[in-house]
Design a protein around this ligand. Sequence first.
Ligand SMILES: O=C(O)CCC(=O)C(=O)O
Ligand SMILES: [Fe+2]
Length: 371
Amino acid sequence: MDSLVDFSANPSFPEGIPTHPLEIINYKLLLANVKPEVERLWHACKTLGFNLSSSVSVESTDGLPDSLSEHGIQPEEVFEIGSQSLRNLPFEEKLKFLHDANAGQSFGYKPPGANLTNASGGVDTVEWWNIAKDDVRSYPEVTYRTYATPINDAMDKLKGFVDKSESVSRTLLKILNDKLCLPEGFLESCHAPTELSMSEVTLIRNPGVEEAPTFSEEQLAIGAHTDFGSISLLHNILGGLQVLPPSTKEWIYIKPLDGHIVCNLGDALAVFSGGILRSNLHRVIPQPGPQIHWDRWTLVYFFRPHGTCEMRALVESEDVKEAVRESTNPFPHGISAIEWFQRRTKYFHKDENISAAESWKQAKGTEHGEF
Ligand SMILES: O=C(O)CCC(=O)C(=O)O
Ligand SMILES: [Fe+2]
């Protein structure tokens, strides 16, 4: 059984499980630069308050089909590519496109069990395809690598998805640039559209199972992490995503909402902003309640800085300079976005030649306030 994209065809998120309320931000209002909406976005991206993480949900305006064009991202047809390339494709075929984890490359196929979920050697249960934004845009020219036939056949749809996701990300970026009091276009210049980046479309499948497993910390679908890039635009239908809100010790579910995109800030924005913006810790556990019998599908657009951009606090802003002065965290410098990304990708991967404890340590991003 699978969920793909139809909320109504799936068991709903179980009642009575605590969920973390995400601020609902109306994209149309952001585009119109409506001040209270911009303020709510800003607050959601940086707050340490109890009911918000750095995540926001970008609303597709009233759920009306004609207003979907406001942000224009329509995940349905891209989810369908997931069905063709993950569920219907033989495993041996998928393995021909394995990503090169040792080189810290994410693009390609990742089978279940290939990534660590903790320092004691637990491994993930999800499989995924990562499709490079630059391969989508250059197709049929290859920028980084080739992909399986169902992905090649759907490049037009992927291109539409990439273009719209880029456009939403750049709208959010511009607002954050202004609120951080950076010189005009500064954050944009860290995500230069003409440069190669590690930005990618990710399609994830966590298979449904007959018997609900007794949940243990060892049985994570995806281990606790912060996202590696700047902005993650996340589409999902079934539950399983959990966040650890700042200053708490309790993991709590994010309930997927029909027609909404969960938007999570990643390490790069946490570093660029001197810690003003938060990259929140999250993980994925097995689907809750009766949803466990359905395949769980996730579609993400990971918007990242261009590869050669330096990961550093952008002290060109007085506010960032002040935040760095007041912070006890050492901020990275002299390391490029691509190096940051490749280190994290490489060490999240389970490697028999290195202990899980060491690998997990090496994979760390801005979690727990450590930069
Ligand atoms: O599947 C999800 O809901 C989240 C996936 C995620 O956190 C990631 O791919 O970085
Ligand atoms: Fe994530």
